[in-house]
Ligand binder design. Structure first.
Ligand code: R5P
Length: 297
């Protein structure tokens, strides 16, 4: 990939370094500086003329990351970059995909429109596709690639758990829970969930009976933890002792991780789509393979 160059946004250096090494990609240098008033200055130090540029930026906490990302992408284009590919393992704002109440901002579509204006290719992992079935329904980026963590999660389960039973906490989780269960050859069930507020979730569990199983909750996102906490409570009430929580995207608001352990999870495991000390499932290989597949120069 002689004509490709990779730029991490601050906070994405680890993933970028591994990708650069594995793919033998040149690393670009961009200096970010925050002025005392909170505005941002950016200078691209590497020649990008006619280069295929890969920006690595996972987009948890998007409100503070987004402007830097757009400043970088637009500056790279101005400097002559041939194409700009964004590797964003976590793609935000996918959950606000309908007007729940009149006057609600449709942030999934607005965010998609804003991002689509600045990049040519997007590689992401398990975006929260619910009422939107394909990213192309809202993103107009010419090349969109969605990768899936299910096989890697299943490999982790096969290596670490005897007698697993997979639980999906809501209807939309069936798409990835079904895959994880298939790859790990484990039985699964999907729970009914009602979210009443940021921190208030109601779930209805079937009677799961076999208490010798290790229950594994699998969700795409763990944020407040309210979803998993509600399930944990009912599993404990049914007498289950071994319960593992697995999330693809460790959004974790304050104390979520500790609350899950305190409330009965024997382990909380996440993928490295968002850096966190609970990351135990490495998705770098998926991204590496996709870059190899699609970026030919
Ligand atoms: C939403 O439907 C997602 O799949 C997750 O279940 C949700 O985002 C988890 O959020 P929290 O941890 O705040 O319950």
């Amino acid at each position: 990939m002689r004509n490709s160059i990779l730029f991490p946004l601050p906070g994405n250096e680890t993933l970028a370094a591994v990708l650069a090494e594995k793919l033998k990609l040149e690393k670009g240098l961009a200096e970010f500086h925050e002025f005392p008033d909170g505005e941002c200055h950016l200078r691209v130090e590497t020649d990008v003329e006619n280069k295929f540029v890969i920006i690595v930026c996972t987009l948890d906490h998007p409100n503070i990351k987004f402007l830097s990302l757009i400043f970088l992408a637009e500056t790279l284009r101005e400097l002559g970059a041939k194409k700009i590919c964004l590797v964003a393992p976590y793609l935000p704002y996918m959950r606000q995909d309908k007007h729940f109440k009149s006057g609600d901002a449709l942030t999934s579509a607005i965010f998609a429109k804003l991002l689509s204006g600045s990049i040519d290719q997007l590689i992401t992992i398990d975006p929260h596709l619910h009422r939107i079935h394909e990213l192309s329904e809202i993103y107009s980026i010419p090349s969109l690639k969605t990768l899936h963590a299910s096989k890697k999660i299943a490999e982790w389960i096969l290596d670490n758990v005897n007698s697993p039973f997979i639980l999906g906490p809501d209807a939309e989780s069936e798409q990835w829970v079904n895959e994880v269960a298939g790859h790990s050859k484990a039985p699964y069930a999907i729970i009914k969930k009602n979210r009443r507020g940021d921190n208030f979730v109601e779930v209805k569990l079937p009677d799961l009976k076999d208490h010798n199983k290790t229950m594994i909750l699998v969700d795409d996102i763990i944020s407040t933890g309210a979803t998993m906490l509600a399930v944990l409570e009912q599993l404990k009430a049914q007498g289950f002792k071994n319960i593992i929580c697995i999330g693809v995207h460790a959004l974790f608001s304050k104390e979520t991780y500790e609350n899950l352990l305190y409330s009965g999870a024997t382990r909380v495991v996440t993928c490295n789509a968002i850096p966190h000390f609970s990351n135990a499932i490495d998705l770098t290989e998926l991204i590496e393979a996709e870059i190899k597949n699609t970026i030919i120069d």
